[in-house]
Design a protein around this ligand. Structure first.
Ligand SMILES: O=C(O)C1=C[C@@H](OP(=O)(O)O)[C@@H](O)[C@H](O)C1
Ligand SMILES: C=C(OP(=O)(O)O)C(=O)O
Length: 450
């Protein structure tokens, strides 16, 4: 059972403007996939710009436990000597995925069609999250799962010795479920098909193609139908991980709400399945521009420039945009608190099963900061108080959720009174340099217990 040690209280308070260049770390989704696909290729994959957040480090450890040779050569510079599709060894111990839903679900998929057994666990947050969403489709391949409390970690997966390919429609918009099915399909003979009603992040499909697998995506009346031809030989790759738009969201949003700010966030991956927040912010009237737009490694990339935007207005965020900004609703809710009028966010029930129930975590914390909000099972509404209008003066519970912790610290940078989080430790799962980077831009972050 993992945990990150004693709680690290942190406080943010308003100071001067935020200025400068913010180099955020590598993309978390692409980092996990680089390690997993590298482990399934034959030979050595080289990765630069790998996110060295705890979530990804736990996936690196998992790949070593399944028999890949994983080596760190320098900051963000890693190699994975893969064992080939079907080549995982049975791990000798429990696989601890820490706080990472992506890590555990993708690794479960990758091993589920091999004749091996593995037991997975994680921290208290991950042990509360549903795994049935991946074990249901993995059972169709012939894998068996035994978990606690109707489908939670700790959980043992007995991989299928004789897997069959699967044709599966994902019941919820989830790139993790889609990816688990595709990774399992790698070691099933014939064609595995996964259909999703709305497009979720497509890094697995893009990267599988890059590693030499045949993956075809078609748009049908039902949605997006992805067909993978099983048992390919994956060829090792050289991967430059783009910088994470979900991490870029924090300095960008901070600049929008802190008076006088002007921040450049270079080299951000703007895959359309990830960039929904930036579209939304522009619709709200944010002074946010894309500079130096280009393509890198098959992904659109740009430098983001964000300036203080005192005239942002609340909007309705289209429900169909949710998958492309699913991790960004907590920080959008903070920006919405500093806009004029209400921001209505429908179609967000998936937020209830993230590292925390993010609707409840934001609702409780924002109310404590003096912001009026409404929630339903599937929607969240923030009644904005305009630039400089949020009272603050509260401590929010981070609930083992990095995005909740970072969101309330950004809130404190622009609120009238300081805002604290009870534990900033979880930030290290996705954005270990958050504190240093925000300080470098001019933010005032205090550690009252240090
Ligand atoms: O596939 C991925 O890398 C991810 C998919 C999303 O989860 P869901 O698949 O549960 O929506 C997202 O919230 C998570 O941070 C990363
Ligand atoms: C939901 C997230 O991650 P995961 O599901 O991988 O824990 C996230 O990073 O916001």
């Amino acid at each position: 059972m993992s945990s990150h040690g004693p709680a690290q209280k942190m406080t943010a308070r308003a100071g001067g403007p935020l200025k400068g260049i913010a180099h955020v770390p590598g993309d978390k989704s692409i980092s996990h996939r680089s390690l997993i696909l590298g482990a399934l290729a034959v030979g050595e994959t080289r990765v630069s710009g790998l996110l060295e957040g705890q979530d990804v480090l736990d996936t690196a450890k998992a790949m070593a436990a399944f028999g890949a040779e994983v080596t760190r050569h320098g900051e963000g510079d890693w190699s994975i000597h893969g064992v080939g599709v079907g080549g995982f060894a049975e791990p000798e111990d429990v696989i601890d995925c820490g706080n990472s839903g992506t890590g555990v679900r993708l690794v479960m998929g990758a091993m589920a069609t091999m004749p091996i057994t593995a037991t997975f666990t994680g921290d208290a947050s991950l042990r509360s999250r549903p795994m049935g969403r991946v074990t249901d489709p993995l059972a169709l391949f012939g894998a068996r799962a035994v978990g606690r409390d109707g489908g939670k970690l700790p959980m043992t997966i007995v991989g299928a010795a004789d897997p069959v390919p699967v044709d599966y429609v994902t019941p919820m918009a989830s790139a993790q479920v889609k990816s688990a099915v595709l990774l399992a399909g790698l070691n099933a003979p014939g064609k595995t098909v996964v259909t999703e009603r709305s497009a979720t992040r497509d890094h697995t499909e893009r990267m599988l193609r890059g590693f030499g697998a045949e993956v075809v995506t078609e748009q049908t009346g039902e949605g997006y139908r992805i067909t993978l031809t099983g048992r390919p030989e994956l060829k090792p790759q050289t991967i430059a991980v783009p910088r994470d738009p979900s991490s870029a969201a924090f300095p960008v949003c901070a600049a929008l709400i802190v008076p006088g700010s002007d921040v450049l966030v270079p080299n951000i991956g703007l895959n359309p399945t990830r960039a929904g927040l930036f579209t939304t912010l522009r619709e709200m009237g944010a002074d946010l521009s894309y500079e130096n737009e280009r393509e890198e490694g098959g992904e659109p990339v740009a430098d983001l420039r964000a300036r203080f935007s005192p005239d942002m207005k609340g909007i309705e965020v289209p429900a169909e945009r949710a998958p492309s900004m699913i991790d960004e609703y907590p920080i959008l809710s903070v920006v919405a608190s500093f806009a004029e009028g209400s921001t209505y966010m429908p179609g967000v029930h998936e937020l209830r099963v993230k590292e925390s129930d993010r609707i409840d975590a934001m609702a409780v914390g924002l109310r404590a900061c003096g912001v009026e909000v409404d929630e339903t099972e599937d929607s969240f509404t923030v009644h904005g108080l305009g630039a400089g209008g949020v009272p603050g003066g509260a401590t929010a519970a981070a609930r083992l959720d990095h995005r909740i912790a970072m969101s309330f610290l950004i809130c404190g940078m622009a609120a009238k009174q300081p805002v604290s989080v009870d534990d900033a430790g979880p930030i290290a799962t996705s954005f270990p340099i958050f504190e240093a980077l925000m300080r470098e831009l001019g933010a005032t972050l205090l550690r009252p217990n240090a």
